[in-house]
Design a protein around this ligand. Structure first.
Ligand SMILES: [Zn+2]
Length: 403
């Protein structure tokens, strides 16, 4: 009901003429015209607390917008002058207005305008949501569905818990090579475009790398054992995980869809072209070689595990990473220095793979054979080599926007 109350206010806002303002959640839920992520917290006893999930009432930016749009000035007022005063006050109060086209694109550059995000700092909020998610997974049980409900329906409850971080990943990725900008007009004094702080970009990269860790991706055996195939009369619909396993729940494919999402966002060619551009203008900043090395190094470190499930998640993540880098290396439509860095990284990988020989573990040995074969067929003819597409995530956004 709190969500429907918020949504009703949002739609009334449209009726009054307001557009979406996706830069409102970074300023303490300043507008009902943002898409709100439920603010789920932990209470003093460490229990999950939904009491602040949705804001009550309209936001401060909404009030300022209505003051501007509906002010009934007395006769003889210099209306243009008075309206400019309202705008100047808005800017002084620190309100930003950034709408759909800047916020929806996967290659978007705006560091503060996102859909379904929360909080002032995207990486900080991502880490916070990851902690809430761990807590929710630890408490996940058959009690998450009503008595008498088919046990297979537990999977549809697991989806939003397991992927609780998905929108905050999008927000965090947009910090990397992010550009803070406004819809500045001549004379209003607003910033036109600024590269965001290098330390904030590195912080965002590290927060994203944490979503690729096998320990984060693993679903406890206890939960896997709870979920049967969908019963007769139900089917695997678009809100369930995509699977390779036919009828049964597939925890590896669920993890792969999450990894694919992080890498799709982080390694978006437009984002990486901006990274090359920003590094050219200021070469102490995070660059593409460093970013790719950090990703490969993180995956390499996770190979030290002795747990077979974590090792399989690690191999899946490395395959997904190599697929993404191969895609960049062979793409003729993108900044070719981005492709050049991808090629450089793949040659480093080739050398590393050659030095491994054949490990005793058949799973690891098969994995290296696969990676070497990918590199070989790509080299033989990049124009015919096709990177396997990973499983997409289940649909998530509650409101379709006809994209
Ligand atoms: Zn809307």
């Amino acid at each position: 009901m709190a969500r429907l109350r918020q949504l009703s206010a949002h739609e009334v806002g449209h009726t009054l003429g307001l557009a979406h303002n996706f830069a409102a959640s970074v300023k303490d839920r300043a507008s009902v015209m943002d898409y709100p992520h439920p603010l789920i917290t932990l209470d003093n006893n460490g229990n999950i607390d939904f009491s602040k999930a949705y804001a009550v009432g309209i936001g401060d930016w909404d009030k300022r917008s209505i003051i501007f749009g509906y002010q009934d000035f007395p006769d003889g007022t210099d209306e243009a002058g008075e309206l400019k005063k309202i705008i100047d006050e808005n800017l002084k109060m620190g309100f930003q207005y950034i709408t759909d086209e800047d916020s929806r694109a996967p290659g978007g550059a705006h560091p503060y305008s996102h859909l379904w995000d929360e909080g002032k700092s995207a990486p900080e909020e991502l880490r916070r949501i990851m902690r809430i998610r761990q807590k929710a997974l630890a408490g996940f049980s058959e009690k998450n569905i009503p008595m008498g409900a088919p046990m297979g329906t537990l999977e549809s409850v697991l989806v939003p818990v397991y992927l609780a971080h998905r929108y905050q990943v999008e927000a965090t990725a947009k910090m990397v090579a992010g550009v803070n900008y406004t819809y500045a007009t001549r004379g209003d004094g607003q910033a036109t475009n600024q590269m965001i702080d290098d330390a904030a970009q590195r912080d965002a990269l590290n927060a994203l790398i944490a979503t690729l860790k096998p320990g984060f991706l693993a679903i406890p055996e206890r939960i896997i054992a709870l979920i049967p195939p969908q019963p007769s009369g139900y089917r695997r619909d678009r809100e369930l995980f995509k699977v390779y396993t036919g009828l049964t729940f597939d925890p590896l494919a669920a993890a792969e869809s999450s990894v694919e999402h992080t890498l799709d966002m982080l390694l978006n060619p437009q984002r990486l072209a901006r990274l090359v551009e920003q590094n050219a203008r200021s070469n102490k900043r995070l660059g593409l070689a460093e970013l790719l090395d950090a990703l490969f190094l993180a995956v390499q470190k996770d190979r030290a595990s002795t747990n077979p499930y974590l090792m399989e998640l690690n191999r899946m993540t490395e395959k997904s990473l190599v697929h993404h880098v191969l895609n960049l290396a062979g793409d003729k439509e993108i900044n070719q220095q981005v492709a050049a860095h991808a090629l450089l990284r793949l040659s480093k990988l080739d050398l590393i793979l050659a030095s491994f020989g054949a490990p005793a573990d058949a799973n690891q040995s098969a994995h290296y054979a696969y990676l070497r074969e990918q590199l070989r067929t790509f080299r033989a003819d990049p124009s015919v080599y096709k990177v396997p597409a990973g499983p997409a995530m289940p649909d998530g956004a509650p409101i379709g926007c006809g994209e």
